[in-house]
Design a protein around this ligand. Structure first.
Ligand code: GUN
Length: 305
């Protein structure tokens, strides 16, 4: 899914609007779903949720609702935290073999007694719409387009392209080296056609600000509330904040407030464009998951027929 079919979006008040782009992606996916329906295929996503982590339950609920909104099958398989590794693998095997299931997602984190890597490796790579299976990680790294890239970094790249950000030759600094965001983000930004020069910073990086101040594009996925401040940003840089942190706020009824990894007010003064939290990257992840699921359905059909 690329924004090429649409004209460039212009940032209002420097804000990169993730909610607007997510709606655009979802309407493109709904159109793909209608075309697949005409061929007798209804894309289906099965999400496996283990345990009762409230944040995971919220994410999973919104994945299922979005599937249904776009005309796809969405099911959530809920299992207790006491499920054994063998039982969970058996569920994955069943979904792998079910032709009405095109995308499989096992919500992370899993309970400690489960080997998450073994579960991810059990998912058929062509149904791995999260893009976590080593086959898809490898395909992303070598630039094979029929694999699946993880949804959050795909959403970030979509945002940059939709807003016409010049990536070719740009200095892109990523903070965070997770397998879900930082590393795949680096793979996407260096791929031919995107052509950025990438630096990946992490908790052991010396003098972080020395790196961030050189960035034309700064992508922050560190998981630390408001750690990047305006003085660490090059004037005119594009700033993408992947963070989602709850911090205490006595002025709110809930007693907390959601903030990113970037101190928004000071960063916005310096940046040319910036993603807010909430309203930035968050909504893009589910939109890209829907796009991956529709593509999985189209590709699986091609393999079978
Ligand atoms: N937990 C938090 N984010 C994700 C995600 O993108 N995929 C899965 N499977 N689990 C998650």
């Amino acid at each position: 899914m690329t924004p090429a079919a649409h004209g460039p979006v212009v940032a209002e008040n420097k804000i990169i609007d993730g909610a607007l782009l997510a709606e655009r992606i979802k309407s493109d996916v709904a159109e793909q779903v209608r075309a697949l329906e005409e061929r007798g295929i209804t894309p289906g996503l099965s999400v496996v949720l283990v345990g009762d982590d409230p944040a995971s339950a919220v994410y999973v609920g919104s994945k299922e609702r979005t599937c249904i909104e776009l005309g796809m099958h969405g099911e959530t398989i809920r299992q207790p935290a006491t499920i054994s590794q063998a039982e969970l693998l058996a569920i994955v095997d069943r979904l792998n073999d079910d032709p009405s299931v095109h995308g499989i997602l096992v919500q992370m984190p899993l309970p400690k007694h489960i080997d998450s890597d073994a579960v991810v490796r059990r998912i058929r790579p062509d149904k791995d719409v999260d893009g976590f299976h080593p086959v898809n990680v490898g395909k992303l790294l070598i630039g094979e387009k029929d694999g699946f890239a993880p949804c959050t970094p795909s959403g970030v790249l979509y945002m940059l392209q939709a807003y016409g950000v010049q990536t070719a030759g740009a200095d892109c600094v990523i903070i965070g080296r997770s397998n879900i965001v930082g590393k795949p983000m680096a793979s996407l930004m260096v791929q031919p056609g995107v052509d950025a020069t990438v630096t990946v910073c992490h908790s052991r990086t010396r003098d972080l600000a020395r790196h961030t101040r050189r960035a034309d594009i700064l992508i922050v996925a560190a998981g630390r509330a408001e750690m990047v401040t305006g003085d660490m940003i090059q004037p005119g840089a594009v700033v993408v904040d992947v963070g989602m942190n709850r911090i205490p706020d006595a002025t709110k009824r809930s007693g907390t407030r959601l903030v990113g990894d970037v101190a928004f007010a000071s960063a916005r003064e310096v940046a040319s464009m910036i993603t807010p939290v909430p309203g930035g990257v968050g909504k893009m992840t589910i939109a890209m998951l829907m796009a991956n699921t529709a593509r999985a359905a189209a590709q699986l059909r091609e393999v079978r027929s």
